[in-house]
Design a protein around this ligand. Sequence first.
Ligand code: KG4
Ligand code: ZN
Length: 343
Amino acid sequence: MSILLGIETSCDETAAAVVRDGQEIFSNVVASQVDLHAQYGGVFPELASRAHVESITAVVDEALEKAQSTLAQMDAIAVTRGPGLVGSLLVGVNYAKGLALGAGLPLLGINHLEGHVYSLWPGMLEEPVFPLLVLIVSGGHTELLLMTGHGHWQGLGATRDDAAGEAFDKVGRILGLPFPGGPHIERAALEGDPGRWRFPRAWLDASDEFSFSGLKTAVLRAACEDPNARKPQLRADVSVADLAAGFQAALVEVLARKTARAAERCGASAILVAGGVSANQALRAALRDASPLPLLFPPLELCTDNGAMIALAAHWRWQAGQRDGLDMEVLPRWPPGAPHSFS
Ligand code: KG4
Ligand code: ZN
């Protein structure tokens, strides 16, 4: 039994939630900075940390209020410790430390990627059979992991360059779509012909790694008059919808086929997909085509960064006895692997 406050500030959402027993989400408040960063076409780290400082108190207070609870009723405070932007992580971690100290509550530092994975747990009808193949696709990450038990991970492969969401966002910018590009490309692609452009797929032989920068460059070349210009202009004779559809088809085909192959090789019982890009319906369809295994996705409202996922992941760590000290440091680079282990 646990009632946990989860705090997330690793990137551009200031978020907090109250969750019971790793299952029941009492509140989940997210203050998005999307509008703030839209003008830059990407997350501006300095502005992100400043915005976290401005909104964290209100976000945490609202999460407690919506859950009709007080800090004193929490068993512990869970906060994203990494990976993420250092200045952003520091805001959440220091705030959580202050709360923990003031209220005399234990503190738990949680891995953001593990949080994304646990965003799937509330929808699970029964406890899954390990090992599970996990694909995390977000603005900062593209990772294939093998989950062999609660808190036990094996990193299989990651992207060598752009993350999948980053590729969506960069191509969105090339095509003149608003930030973040992912949902806008998905919408534009619905009107386009995915067969009009045949963009390159980087299979990287049998490895579980990914590479999307070549695909992004291929879209740039196809879409722009002078791809090397400082501000490349879209050609008048190309269809944004066709380019979006061609790009998305290439990206989701690679993600889906490599994920399915790794799942089969590792004897996984199911495939879990998490992170912002897991909201993409074309990716979901491509995975269904590529693998006969059960596919699990988070509910749409938990696909992008939120505090509930941090409290959900923290439940298992709380049960396993994890407690972190007030000297806990942020881990801007925290590869899935060794530090995930309970032991
Ligand atoms: O997990 P997330 O909220 O933040 C990170 O930890 O990065 O993911 C944000 C990313 C952005 O790159 C955004 O473009 C992408 O997820 N995204 C999508 C969709 N919705 C969000 N990409 C493709 N299709 C979508 N529907
Ligand atoms: Zn994320």
